[in-house]
Design a protein around this ligand. Structure first.
Ligand code: URP
Ligand code: ZN
Ligand code: ZN
Length: 467
């Protein structure tokens, strides 16, 4: 049965426009926008009317970097697809792109099928997958072509984590050459993991075991060096490159230099690098473990370069790298040895609000907020304009956002399945009020009314950011 919804009275904000317009939704898609009070809008009849007076009407957020249920560091990320996608919806994100993992010695197919099974029937919002390549060989290179056809059009490689996900330069080059042919986008974890492991060993031998040493051994220069090397390898291969979780000013400079040469090099940063710093890693006791992730948090001085990169479009996307581990029972695996703290931070619920705070603070404009959080990730990963905008034909993934509400971020009130908040006590202005996914209410006036299984797998085209 056809369902018609009209959203009335709000300010529609997309990456391109700000419009005082009503939005008509039919059968899960946006059908039309029309000015408030116009004859066209007045003529619309609806089964459901959503009042958005004094509210923003936003495209649902697209979080292009999550790790639900990721087995990592001797444990597994604490959000399942069910809890993690529900929390995402609470925070105004209506699509995630999660990372399926190839186990060393196994096929991409097997890893991907495992991730399909984890997500199937459990998600509150739509989802897609990237593929982590842990074992580049003739077979997995051929499989890349098939995955691109199946809508898995991006592949993450690691210059870090020797013995786990690490690929050497030869493997990276081969994967890049393949992606140059099949249209896939290589995503790079750019840190010199071989050098970092030496520094880890030396730090531990000196008795430097606290979480803050995680930030000291994973040096900004080793992020910059790896970023530079990845860019040169991509140039040699003739492939585009997307550098994930950029945190160091020196790495932003490498990306900016490449882009100034006209190379198809892109960068993502994450809210933790914009709002947190090595001061958090140095919190007393073992508290710093809550902030252990890789690339690591940097000294505060790096944040200005990240904000600048977002303004100048040297960085195009803000994703969360949501990879939560509970403080009790998971992060404490690294008591007495920082290298055993599982790497990752929670944040899928906080991204849209933190970036709105950046609008309030004057770092970015309102439309740039929507560009880096919705439109660009959708374009970068082949989901646009189905996702990431509000336009006729787009999925009706829409957030009604109260820009004046003030909230305090806290583990007491968040919905992520993790026992701490990386932003505990932070006051932000702005809050999600109502969320629709393909025209269905998921959050209604701050009540969860969604269901596990509403979210479906969304195959992606190749990157549209290159066109
Ligand atoms: O610390 C992090 N980032 N954990 C998740 C895995 C990765 O490298 O993205
Ligand atoms: Zn990574
Ligand atoms: Zn990640």
């Amino acid at each position: 049965m056809s369902t018609r919804t009209v959203i009335r009275g709000g300010l529609v904000v997309t990456a391109a426009d700000e419009l005082h317009a009503d939005v008509l939704i039919e059968d899960g898609r946006v059908v039309a926008l029309a000015a408030h009070g116009s004859d066209a809008a007045a003529a619309w009849t609806a089964d459901r009317t959503v009042d958005a007076t004094d509210r923003y009407v936003l495209p649902g957020g697209v979080d292009a970097h999550t790790h639900m249920e990721l087995p990592f560091g001797g444990t597994a990320a604490s959000d399942t697809f069910e809890t993690g996608t529900r929390a995402a919806a609470w925070g105004g994100t209506t699509t995630i792109v999660d990372f399926a993992v190839q186990t060393v010695g196994r096929s991409l197919r097997e890893g991907l099928d495992t991730w399909y099974a984890k997500a199937d029937g459990n998600c509150a919002i739509d989802y897609a997958f990237h593929m982590i390549l842990s074992d580049v060989d003739e077979h997995s290179l051929k499989e890349m072509d098939r995955l691109v056809q199946e809508g898995i059009t991006s592949f993450k490689l690691f210059m870090a984590y020797p013995g786990v996900f690490y690929s050497d330069d030869g493997k990276i080059l081969r994967a890049m050459q393949r992606s140059a042919d099949n249209g896939g986008l290589i995503m790079m974890h750019a840190e010199n993991g071989i050098a970092i492991d030496v520094l880890v060993e030396q730090a531990l031998a000196r008795g430097e075991t606290d979480p803050r040493y995680h930030g000291e051994v994973r040096k900004a220069l080793l992020e910059a060096e790896a970023t530079h090397r990845a860019i040169q390898l991509a140039r040699v291969a003739g492939a585009p490159l997307y550098v994930v979780h950029v945190s160091a000013e020196e790495a932003v400079a490498e990306i900016a230099t490449a882009r100034d040469k006209g190379l198809p090099v892109f960068g993502e940063t994450c809210p933790q690098y914009l709002f947190l710093s090595t001061d958090n890693l140095a919190e007393p006791g073992f508290e710093g473990a809550k902030y252990v992730c890789s690339t690591p948090l940097r000294p505060k001085e790096h944040q200005a370069a990240l904000w600048r990169g977002l303004r100048t479009n040297d960085l195009q996307v803000v994703s969360t790298d949501h990879c939560p581990f509970c403080f009790t029972g998971q992060k404490d695996l690294g008591l007495g040895d920082f290298s055993k703290i599982p790497n990752g931070l929670p944040g899928v619920e906080n991204r849209m609000d933190l970036l709105h705070q950046a609008v309030v603070d004057g770092h970015i404009s309102r439309r740039r907020w929507i560009e880096i959080a919705c439109a660009s990730p959708a374009r970068m990963f082949g989901l646009y304009p189905q996702k990431g905008t509000i336009a006729p034909g787009a999925d009706a993934d829409i957030v009604i956002y109260d820009p004046h509400a003030v909230q305090t971020l806290s583990a007491d009130t968040h919905h992520m399945n993790v026992d701490y908040s990386a932003y505990e006590g932070k006051r932000v202005t702005g809050q999600v009020e109502t969320v629709l996914s393909r025209g269905e209410l998921v959050i209604d006036q701050r009540k969860y009314v969604g269901r596990a299984g509403h979210g479906t797998f969304t195959p992606r085209s190749t990157s549209q950011y290159l066109n």
